[in-house]
Design a protein. Structure first.
Length: 152
C-alpha cells in the first residue's frame, strides 16, 4: 500500500500476451477496474465477451501466479459495490496481489532471503497478519513447545 500511495507498482511487460477465459461476471469486474489494476502493475484489456488479454503483470508476481491472482481479484471485485471508493478497490486488489506474490510452503529460501523477509515484515504496520486477516506468525510458549515434543 505504501508503494501504491507513492504512485504505481513496478510492472513487467509480457513477451507474449496472456489470454484468460473468464466468467462474464469476472470479465465485467476486471474490465470495470482496469485503471485501478494498472496502478498495481497489471495491463489488461477486454478480448471478447469472456476473455481478458494480459500484456503486463506486477513485477512481484510470476507469470504462473498471474491467472490465479486475476481469478481471485475478479472474485474480490465482484463482491465490491460498483460505486465503491477507488481506495477500497485498490486495497482489495493490493491485498489479493500481495497474497499471490507471497512465498509459498516448501519454497527453498536462502538465509539472506529469510532475513530480508523478516526485516520487511517488521517494518509493516500489520506484521502479524496478512492483508486478508490470516496470521503470518504464531507465538508459542516454551510450555507449548515442550508439550508438543512430549517433554512434559
Amino acid at each position: 500500500m505504501e508503494k501504491l500511495t507513492a504512485g504505481r507498482i513496478e510492472s513487467q511487460r509480457l513477451l507474449v500476451p496472456m489470454v484468460l477465459d473468464v466468467a462474464p461476471s469476472a470479465h465485467q469486474a476486471l474490465v470495470s477496474r482496469i485503471s485501478e489494476l494498472e496502478r498495481l502493475g497489471f495491463e489488461l484489456e477486454s478480448f471478447g465477451a469472456a476473455s481478458i488479454k494480459v500484456t503486463a503483470v506486477p513485477a512481484l508476481l510470476t507469470t504462473e501466479d498471474t491467472s490465479r491472482a486475476l481469478a481471485a481479484l475478479a472474485e474480490d471485485l465482484e463482491g465490491l459495490n460498483r460505486g465503491a471508493e477507488v481506495q477500497e478497490a485498490l486495497q482489495r486488489i493490493a491485498a489479493t496481489t500481495a497474497c499471490h506474490a507471497a512465498v509459498k510452503a516448501n519454497y527453498p529460501l536462502t538465509y539472506e532471503k529469510m532475513a530480508h523477509i523478516l526485516d520487511e515484515l517488521r517494518a509493516t504496520a500489520y506484521s502479524t497478519i496478512c492483508p486478508h486477516g490470516r496470521p503470518v506468525m504464531l507465538r508459542l510458549t516454551r510450555r507449548e513447545i515442550e508439550k508438543n515434543f512430549e517433554r512434559i
